[in-house]
Design a protein around this ligand. Structure first.
Ligand SMILES: [Zn+2]
Length: 59
């Protein structure tokens, strides 16, 4: 088990999320849905880099 660290875009807090199955696939498959404890919403986080995936629908 591994964990990733990302910044919640809504609260600006650093959130640590534990990942049961580390992805060994390509970057495109590393995007995971994370239930954010800081803002109680969900974020799309790249499990390989810990960066937030950009929501292309917002534009
Ligand atoms: Zn959040």
């Amino acid at each position: 088990m591994s964990n990733i660290l990302f910044r919640c875009p809504n609260t600006g807090m650093n959130v640590q999320h534990f990942v049961a199955e580390p992805s060994s696939k390509k970057e495109d498959a590393a995007i995971m849905v994370v239930n954010c404890p800081a803002c109680t919403r969900i974020h799309l986080v790249n499990g390989a880099t810990g960066e937030l995936a950009r929501d292309t629908r917002s534009r």
